[in-house]
Design a protein around this ligand. Sequence first.
Ligand SMILES: [Zn+2]
Length: 162
Amino acid sequence: MESGSISGCLNHYFENSEQLDTKLWLATNQLTVGGLLIQRIPEEGGQSLQGYSNWETLSTLANTITDHELASDAGPLLIYKLFHELDPRGFDPWTVEFGCSCSRERAARALRALGETELKQLFIEQPSLTLDCHFCGQVYQYDQADLEWLLSDQPPRSDTLQ
Ligand SMILES: [Zn+2]
């Protein structure tokens, strides 16, 4: 944690890990959370992308947003108010849904990466192995009967519960 706020931590992450110019603002009121994220898209073929060529102007305009506006008015109208001189264009909104790409097979790959010797040793020490997806909470359990396919590149047994 490099900051005392979620937006500060995410800004630090973008600055150090993504290495893309990114700025994030978050604000809340009692009912909603609003956010604004701007990111400088890498240039294609050395040519500046139209509308993103003036990062400083975009940042300065975005910095004029107030927490009240962000928490209560976030949306296309606010984008227009902030950036109308840059001629912003909007995309159709889509519904945000929670999803996770984990699977029994992907979790098994993590076990396979341990190597045959260590995997066999783990099954000697305990009757089953459990892997928890820390993103979605799905639990994958493997028992002795799974060892053969864990050591092969075969798909999982179809009768195995997930
Ligand atoms: Zn998951």
